[in-house]
Write a protein that binds this ligand. Structure first.
Ligand SMILES: Cc1cc2nc3c(=O)[nH]c(=O)nc-3n(C[C@H](O)[C@H](O)[C@H](O)COP(=O)(O)OP(=O)(O)OC[C@H]3O[C@@H](n4cnc5c(N)ncnc54)[C@H](O)[C@@H]3O)c2cc1C
Length: 256
């Protein structure tokens, strides 16, 4: 199976200072350069600056100050994600994307190159009948795709027979507030495993490149709210279902 990789390729320079500067402007006068602002804060807080960074980010994770998170933009390269994952990802409207075009790129060797997602539940059992049927379906989709092209079909028309779990790279540009909203829902145990895996990788990438204090922004919705925010409880945490769902006929609404 194709390796799933996430790279935070660029972000707003001096992300923490940019947000502190924007926040400070609400109640104080601030200098015209970030360098001056940083130097003032280093003098003011000294060795306490590390602790201040953590508590500042923690505060931003709560309202009404989350708007300051919009001052920091992040740009991502995501490889090895299926088109199904991309459909879910791009439901987040407060972001920009570029997706490889399957109208143009010929993916006639996607099976040999293992350019498709295998659900975790299948891949754990190498000899299962489910996995073998799944791989056979992938192979046969590739054969039909190549045959259509050899018979004169255009790549953009032949792509109609490609599976939803075929992988292609996607780039995304998103600010920290929108990212926090997106990752929160996808870190939930009820999110699809592929998306959750990417969400976890993104949190790790942010913590490594922007600083450990930024990791606090991204928590499962139940950890943030103190109760389960989904209509069905995953049963894997100590959090109870939101009271609002207790009097709702979930069978009527969720099972069609
Ligand atoms: C576990 C899970 C299961 C899901 N299942 C399904 C499913 O079965 N079918 C399905 O269709 N979707 C499904 N979704 C997608 C979901 O419904 C949302 O579309 C997706 O999570 C994006 O959320 P959002 O609209 O809050 O985010 P964004 O589009 O990034 O918007 C962020 C916020 O901005 C505001 N906003 C954005 N645009 C507008 C607007 N036009 N008007 C008013 N406010 C706006 C809202 O406050 C919104 O929360 C699922 C998502 C999850 C996490």
């Amino acid at each position: 199976m194709m390796k799933k990789e996430v790279f935070l390729i660029s972000w707003t320079d001096k992300p923490l200072m940019t947000m502190m500067w924007a926040f400070s402007n609400m109640h104080n006068s601030v200098p015209d350069t970030l360098e001056e602002f940083e130097s003032d804060n280093t003098t003011k807080f000294g060795s306490d600056l590390g602790r201040i960074k953590f508590s500042f980010i923690k505060m931003l994770a709560t309202n009404p100050h989350s708007s300051v998170l919009e001052f920091v933009n992040t740009n991502w390269m995501i490889r090895g994600g299926s088109r199904a994952f991309q459909q879910q990802l791009t439901r987040t409207r407060l972001a920009a994307y570029s997706i490889q075009s399957m109208r143009i790129v010929d993916v006639g060797r996607f099976f040999e190159e293992e350019m498709f997602h295998v659900p975790e539940r299948f891949s754990s059992d190498e000899k299962s009948a489910v996995k073998s049927e799944y791989l056979q379906a992938m192979k046969s989709a590739q054969e039909s795709y190549c045959k259509l092209i050899s018979l004169g079909a255009k790549v953009e028309d032949a792509r109609g027979v490609l599976p939803l779990n075929i992988c292609s790279p996607i780039t995304m540009s998103i600010n920290l507030r929108a990212l926090s909203h997106m990752l929160e829902t996808r870190l939930c145990n009820l999110a699809q495993d592929e998306h959750r895996l990417f969400a976890e990788k993104m949190v790790k990438e942010i913590s490594t490149k922007l600083g450990a204090e930024f990791g606090q922004l991204f928590r499962k919705p139940c950890e943030k709210a103190g109760h389960c925010t989904m209509p069905i409880n995953c049963g894997k945490t100590q959090f109870e279902l939101d009271g609002a769902y207790k009097n709702t006929d979930l069978d009527l609404w969720l099972k069609g």
